[in-house]
Design a protein around this ligand. Structure first.
Ligand code: ZN
Length: 377
């Protein structure tokens, strides 16, 4: 359960107790889509770079290798050799963004697999059954992810359906958790707030879903093309209606600066593919700003990526060497850079927690929030 330890403005320092151990918040979850971090990063590496929570994708694991395979192998923790908390998303976002030819009904969505085109049906019940087979620590509710911008009237209908789906998710998970043979009978459910950028719909939806007792609440449907200002305004709009005693998760966000700004607005959990994706393209975060390692000026640069970083790449290798690996298309280039960027994010969260503990978060925010969005030098 969530324990709020300290507040500085709206920013919250807390901890969240799970069956797989305690999570210190605010926290960044490291994204391993198919129970693997892209860039040849293993679960053992995740421990070395300070990851607290791993995030995997229900949709992808359902298609391959299949959630029943994962269940038969003892659940996702055993399968990928990770004993700390795992959050699985519901598949909703992928169903609405990746899948072709989808058809929505009250029970869920009919769609074709993006891998082999076969017909699949997924709704709130199916999503809960898949996530129960995966046996993750935290399961996300199955919601409708609508396009941005969205019409007001469609958004209103959609949030009502997402609320009905959340009730189905809650009942189905409670049933599965009581069922004999369930791998993780302590699986927790996070509900998801939607409503596009319409303030009154966001508030209305949050009021509806907080009535359905969930162990945490997420803000979904952001970072999908709206401006940063609109994203921050939406958080400010909905945050006062989120329960104080439950964790708040901002889905799919964001840059280091976005995270600092969202923490300042009361968010506890984050995830984003950006640090790993950027790393695979040689775009790296540092305490001096953003570095594009393919730049010619790093050809003979003997310094580590970031002189203030303690990650395995920075402890052992130079910019010149890693740049050379990129130019030669060696896999090690991506691996070292993904390790660095994820370490940077995990360390950023540690810095945020330390400053919240000391009551110095607001000065940290004013110093770092803009620095981390600049180019280094
Ligand atoms: Zn590093």
């Amino acid at each position: 359960m969530y324990q709020l330890k300290k507040k500085e403005g709206s920013a919250r320092r807390g901890s969240f107790q799970t069956i797989h151990g305690e999570i210190q918040t605010p926290v960044f979850m490291n994204v391993g889509t198919i129970a693997a971090i892209k860039g040849a990063v293993s679960s053992m590496d995740l421990k070395e770079i300070g990851c607290q929570v791993e995030l995997s994708n229900t949709y992808h694991l359902h298609l391959r290798p299949g959630d029943e395979v994962v269940r038969d192998m003892g659940g996702i923790h055993k399968f990928m050799n990770w004993d700390r908390p795992i959050l699985t998303d519901s598949g909703g976002f992928q169903v609405f963004s990746l899948a072709k030819l989808r058809k929505i009904s009250e029970e869920g969505v009919q769609f074709n697999s993006h891998i082999d085109g076969r017909k699949i049906f997924m709704g709130p019940k199916e999503s809960m059954r898949i996530q129960s087979n995966l046996a993750s620590t935290i399961a996300m509710a199955f919601d409708e992810c609508i396009e941005n911008p969205a019409e007001y009237s469609y958004t209103k209908q959609s949030i009502e359906r997402t609320t009905r789906w959340l009730r189905v998710c809650r009942d189905e998970m409670d049933r599965l958790n009581r069922q004999e043979g369930t791998l993780n009978p302590h699986q927790m459910l996070f509900g998801i707030n939607q409503g596009s950028t319409y303030a009154e719909l966001r508030i209305e939806h949050m009021k509806q879903i907080r009535e359905i007792g969930c162990e945490g609440y997420a803000i979904g449907g952001l970072a999908v093309g709206e401006s940063e200002q609109e994203m921050y305004e939406t958080i400010e709009t909905v945050e006062p209606y989120m329960p104080e005693d439950k964790p708040r998760y901002l889905m799919g966000v964001g840059t280091p600066s976005n995270i600092i700004e969202a923490v300042a607005r009361g968010v506890d959990f984050f995830d984003c593919v950006m640090p790993a994706r950027n790393a695979r393209h040689a775009t790296l975060y540092s305490h001096q700003g953003v570095i594009h390692l393919l730049n010619k000026k790093y050809e003979r640069d003997d310094r580590p990526i970031d002189e203030e970083c303690g990650c395995p790449a920075c402890r052992h290798y130079s910019r010149a060497y890693i740049r050379h690996l990129f130019k030669a298309k060696e896999m090690l280039a991506m691996r070292l850079c993904v390790l660095h960027n994820l370490y940077f994010y995990n360390q950023l969260m540690q810095d945020i927690r330390d400053h919240l503990d000391k009551g110095t978060f607001s000065s940290f925010r004013s110093e770092k929030s803009s620095l981390y969005r600049q180019k280094a030098e």
